[in-house]
Design a protein around this ligand. Structure first.
Ligand code: FAD
Ligand code: UDP
Length: 401
């Protein structure tokens, strides 16, 4: 992968002798996260387009960026990223740029002075209530006796209370959600807490997906491979606003916040942020699993992550990250609730009527997407572009989740 500066960007993209002598780029892509990088790779390789991809951060890979810290431990700068998907096609696509290690994510929650599995499962119930439930049926009837049926289920509070009742809701979900989002679960769409299932068996994996894998040499290495193409130039530390008038391009792919692109003309779309406190600890292991959640509102952070569990790295020391939710800072999470969806809809209409610009990704389309969903979205966008140019791509290569 080669990064360039502004001067080079202005003169780059000049056609070589066997191309048309057009100046500039076919595509300017804003944001070198999953959305931008997948599209850059596809446009360059699949359609032989000349692409300039810019990011205002000093690195590629967006929020999935990982790097070796001062102690030499591979950490994720923006909190733990675990790849999981049910889509064979998305795995096949990304496998062009990385090998994988199998990793099944497990999370414990610190509740009632104990570390217990979350998602709530039979082990969780047995530990908290001093029970010895042995079968799914026993656990199901216990949870049923606690559950308070809610109809209709609209909010993130409704979902959990309907499944496990108020007591477990308060122990595991209310405080965590209030901290994470700065809102009560009753103020958030049901989709938020629905991400976490409830189980009656003893499966203590966080995800149920078919594929639970991590890029063997990390996310950043995977992105480097993805962007390593003569048609792709990468420009870092460059905000779209700084360079847009300096660079010639035909089309724009924008994966930054959609409201920012339109100068907040309808007001700010709310995004939730986080402050990360990274620490290296002078022992080989800090906690028994990669992530421990702290749902209590008496604790200011939501969770602590220890990366060596995710990466399999062996090291005498270990590095961990504390996450402190925050209203200010980089936009990390779109906030799923009806009034925000309404506001986004107005921006979306504006986006749809803006020619030659495609909005993509978690910030560009204001969707609480996981990495695989963003890859799927980018591949679908590519397919549309390819078809509009009369190129029919092999469906297996470009289908979405
Ligand atoms: P980003 O990765 O946000 O990339 C957008 C890029 O655009 C950024 O690098 C930004 O600097 C750049 N940009 C924005 N505006 C401009 C501008 N004006 N000029 C130049 N550059 C600009 N997903 C999972 O599947 N599994 C997980 O375990 C997981 N854990 C997560 C943990 C945390 C703490 C967070 C915040 C997210 C997590 N995600 C996880 C979600 C995952 O990070 C996203 O799905 C994915 O990174 C989104 O990719 P993207 O390209 O849409 O956005
Ligand atoms: N959640 C919670 N307690 C937990 C884990 C999750 O209340 O121990 C809620 C919280 O609102 C969180 C949401 O469920 O934001 C989704 O959790 P997930 O782990 O999917 O969030 P992510 O960090 O992956 O975005």
């Amino acid at each position: 992968m080669r990064t360039i500066n502004e001067e080079e960007a202005m003169s780059a993209g000049v056609g070589s002798s066997n191309e048309s002598p057009r100046r500039g780029f076919d595509y300017l892509i804003v944001g070198a996260g999953f959305a931008g990088s997948v599209l850059a790779e596809r446009l360059a390789v699949g359609l032989n387009k000349r692409v300039l991809i810019v990011d205002r951060r000093p690195h590629i890979a967006g929020n999935a960026y990982d790097h070796y810290d001062e102690a030499g431990v591979l950490i994720h700068r923006y909190g733990p990223h675990i790849f999981h998907t049910n889509s064979q096609r998305i795995v096949d696509y990304l496998s062009r740029f990385t090998e994988w290690r199998t990793y099944e994510h497990r999370v414990l929650a610190y509740v009632d002075d104990q570390l217990v599995p979350i998602p709530i499962n039979r082990t969780t119930v047995n530990a908290l209530y001093g029970l010895d439930l042995k079968t799914d049926e026993e656990a199901e009837s216990f949870l049923k006796s606690r559950a308070e049926p809610v109809e209709p289920i609209r909010t993130s509070e409704d979902v959990v209370i309907n499944q496990v009742g108020r007591e477990l809701y308060e122990k595991f979900f209310r405080g965590y959600t209030r901290k994470q989002w700065g809102l009560d679960p009753s103020q958030l769409d049901k989709s938020v807490t629905s991400r976490v299932p409830t189980r009656t068996n003893t499966d203590d994996r966080y995800f149920g997906d078919t594929f639970q894998i991590m890029p063997l040499h990390g996310f950043t290495r995977m992105f480097e491979k993805m962007l390593n193409h003569p048609n792709i130039k990468v420009m870092l530390n460059a905000d779209y606003r700084e360079i847009r008038d300096e660079v010639q391009f035909e089309h724009l792919i924008y994966t930054g916040p959609v409201d920012e692109y339109f100068d907040y003309c309808y007001g700010k779309l709310p995004y939730r942020s986080l402050k990360f406190r990274h620490e290296t600890v002078n022992s080989a292991q800090f906690q028994p699993v990669a992530v421990v959640n702290y749902p209590s509102e008496d604790v200011p952070y939501t969770r602590i992550s220890e990366y060596k569990h995710l990466t399999g790295q062996e090291h005498l020391k270990t590095s961990v990250t504390y996450e402190y939710p925050s209203a200010e800072g980089d936009p990390y999470y779109p906030i799923p609730r009806p009034e925000n969806a309404e506001l986004y809809k107005r921006y979306q209409e504006l986006a749809n009527s803006t020619p030659n610009v495609t909005f993509l990704g978690r910030l560009g389309t204001y969707k609480y997407y996981n990495m695989d969903q963003v890859v799927g979205q980018a591949l679908t966008a590519y397919k549309r572009i390819a078809e509009s140019e009369g190129v029919i791509e092999d469906a297996a290569e470009v289908s979405a989740v």
